[in-house]
Design a protein around this ligand. Structure first.
Ligand code: FAD
Length: 466
């Protein structure tokens, strides 16, 4: 119909689909444009979900081979990579179909094709067959997401020099995998292939892994990954890659300068980060430009142009699915005349390796840099009964609280299920809670979550650590 839309959303990832569904729920007339064949964006198709499918399956495989015998369960697992990939794809398909169902339920028009701004209030959609449709709308939400950042001097080549999408779909286990970038994606996918049998070396420019993660936690995490057999080359700069029939030769040199060396692998995974995606979006037709790094700026989700909003990976903040979701809901609620708000300090971060790393709020590094006086409570899983009984004692929980007010400023956990455990901390912080509040909250015994309580007790000086 020619009735203009209230909102047209460009992009069907966590930013776009959450915006679309929330708009539908609030009774707005809404369309969501997606150029992929399926909804769900990076997260559902080639990001969060397929990576978690492989992390889960490979974790089970490794446990069956290494840990079961110690529990008195004797099996000798054989890898069926085809089936592992098949179950991953089936789950992904079920999830993307789920979004399709939610679109129908909430009266969202899914417009298939590539969306392009054509001046204020107009979006043109080009379908795969070249036909175009023009949508008129009061508001546009840009939710076009991000793509892997390429590495200068290194050309992608299917099956040999790959990005995260390639690493989710290898058809055989590489003997030697080199991961460039010790960030979350590199360590997660590196862990998958190490568990399945690859010898994995991670090359990182910085002299630490997981930049942004509390450095004390990052050090402990690296120690655990090393114990698992992952190799690290930190402070190393990749200067080139040469592919041949037999694999890839990667040239690296010390970041601080020095002699170059060559690393040989069957596959190189480039995972140095992601960059915002705005290709062919027609930003110039509405007077918008991106910043130096390609991001669209926003002030409470408003771009500089009236009626054009932006959410998710394509704008500032952590490039995470749940952050995109928060942005989306707040942006739509603002469009609908409500009060949308996101507290970016309370967006949890999780590395879904085994053990997991999870955090919320400030790191010690940030508190030190800001000159904030804080107290620390730390509790190791070696002293947690549930962890002990499960033979999963790697890691610890750490609570950081304001030295004067006791307000919780940050919580950091290294250990299995840390990603599930972090939310009690996020919740306490959302309510402005103190570490004493956590310490005085009854926690079920025996649970790993007791370690968080004990860490909070540590801040108070009454921990029960042996
Ligand atoms: P996207 O998900 O990138 O969606 C944007 C969509 O817009 C895409 O589908 C694209 O096709 C479409 N699009 C772009 N331009 C146009 C156009 N002009 N017209 C029509 N359609 C267009 N985050 C987490 O929180 N947890 C995780 O565990 C996690 N794991 C990850 C693992 C991997 C391997 C990767 C790569 C990412 C992971 N992420 C994770 C990050 C997460 O996927 C992103 O933060 C999230 O998808 C961002 O959502 P978005 O909606 O902003 O963008």
């Amino acid at each position: 119909s020619d009735t203009p839309y209230d909102v047209v959303i460009i992009g069907g990832g966590p930013g776009g689909y959450n915006a679309a569904i929330r708009a539908g729920q609030l009774g707005l007339k809404v369309a969501c444009i997606e150029m992929r064949e399926t909804l769900g964006g990076t997260c559902l198709n080639v990001g969060c979900m397929p990576s978690k499918a492989l992390l889960h399956a490979s974790e089970m495989y490794e446990a069956a081979g290494r840990e079961f015998a110690g529990l008195g369960i004797e099996v000798s697992p054989t890898l069926n990579l085809g089936q592992m990939m098949k179950q991953k794809q089936e789950s992904v398909t079920a999830l993307t179909k789920g979004i399709e169902f939610l679109f129908k339920k909430n009266k969202v028009d899914w417009v298939k094709g590539r969306g392009r701004l054509k001046g204020k209030g107009v979006v043109e959609v080009e379908a795969a067959d070249g036909t175009t449709t023009t949508l008129k709308t009061a508001n546009v939400v840009i939710a076009t997401g991000s793509e892997p950042t390429p590495l200068p001097g290194v050309t992608f080549e299917a099956g040999k020099v790959i990005d995260s999408t390639g690493a989710l779909a290898l058809d055989k286990v590489p003997e030697k995998l080199i991961v460039v970038g010790a960030g979350i994606i590199g360590l997660e996918l590196g862990s998958v292939w190490r568990r399945l049998g690859a010898e994995v070396t991670v090359v990182e420019y910085l002299d630490r892994i997981t930049p942004g993660v509390d450095s004390d936690v990052a050090t402990a995490f690296q120690r655990v990954l090393t114990k698992q057999g992952m190799k690290f080359k930190l402070g190393a700069k990749v200067t080139g890659a040469r592919t041949s029939k037999s694999g890839v030769e990667l040239t690296i040199e010390p970041a601080k300068g020095g002699e170059a060396e060559t690393l040989k692998g069957d596959v190189v995974l480039v995972a140095i980060g992601r960059r915002p995606y705005t290709e062919g979006l027609g930003l110039e037709t509405v007077g918008l430009t991106t910043d130096k790094r390609g991001f669209l700026d926003n002030d409470h989700f408003r771009t500089g142009t009236d009626g054009i909003w932006v959410v998710g990976d394509v704008t500032h903040g952590p490039m995470l699915a749940h952050k995109a979701e928060e942005d989306a809901v707040a942006a739509i609620e603002t469009i609908a005349g409500k009060a949308g708000h996101v507290d970016y300090n309370l967006v949890p971060g999780v590395v879904y390796t085994s053990p997991e790393v999870a955090w919320v709020g400030q790191t010690e590094d940030q508190l030190k840099a800001a000159g904030v006086a804080y107290k620390v409570g730390k509790f190791p899983f070696t002293a947690n009964s549930r962890a002990k009984i499960n033979h999963e004692t790697d890691g610890y929980a750490k609570v950081l609280a304001d030295a004067e007010t006791d307000k919780v400023l940050g919580v950091h956990i290294l250990g299995p299920q840390a990603g599930e455990m972090i939310h009690e901390a996020a919740m306490a912080m959302a309510f402005g809670g103190s570490s004493e509040d956590i310490a005085r909250t009854c926690h079920a015994h025996p649970t790993r979550s007791e370690a968080v309580r004990q860490a909070a007790m540590g801040v108070e000086g009454w921990t029960m650590q042996a």
